[in-house]
Design a protein around this ligand. Structure first.
Ligand code: AMP
Ligand code: ZN
Length: 112
């Protein structure tokens, strides 16, 4: 999608602090970290949010989770939280599916 911030980050048009990349998934540190470790995992293809996941595009979503397991392991992280905000009421500010991975501090429940 031409005017999407995360599409531009995934294709290198906008710089980011990369954690991981392969053919279909990109991961980078959040610009405004909410925990000592806070990175985002995104599909390179544009999917707007969790609400737009379908049987046709779900393979890359599953791959995002495999990447989360691989990257956290690589960073030596065993305890972490994965969050995906869907829609403005849930706090979504960038309309490109992304999974926040947060670690390095105690987490509260329920989230605010
Ligand atoms: P959300 O509010 O759930 O849609 O999450 C969007 C996240 O993207 C926020 O945590 C922002 O801090 C983060 N963000 C926005 N712009 C950038 C950027 N250029 N590089 C890295 N992270 C960003
Ligand atoms: Zn996009």
């Amino acid at each position: 999608m031409s005017d999407c911030l995360f599409c531009k980050i995934a294709n290198g048009e906008i710089p980011s602090n990369k954690v991981y990349e392969d053919d279909t998934v990109y991961a980078f540190y959040d610009i405004d970290p909410q925990a000592p470790v806070h990175f985002l995992v995104i599909p390179k293809t544009h999917i707007g949010s969790c609400g737009e996941i379908t049987p046709e595009n779900a393979t890359v979503v599953a791959h995002c989770f495999a990447v989360i397991a691989k990257v956290t392991k690589g960073l030596g992280i065993t305890d972490f939280r994965v969050v995906s905000n869907c829609g403005p009421q849930a706090g979504q500010s960038v309309h490109h599916l992304h999974f926040h991975v947060l670690a390095g501090r105690d987490m509260t429940w329920p989230p605010g």
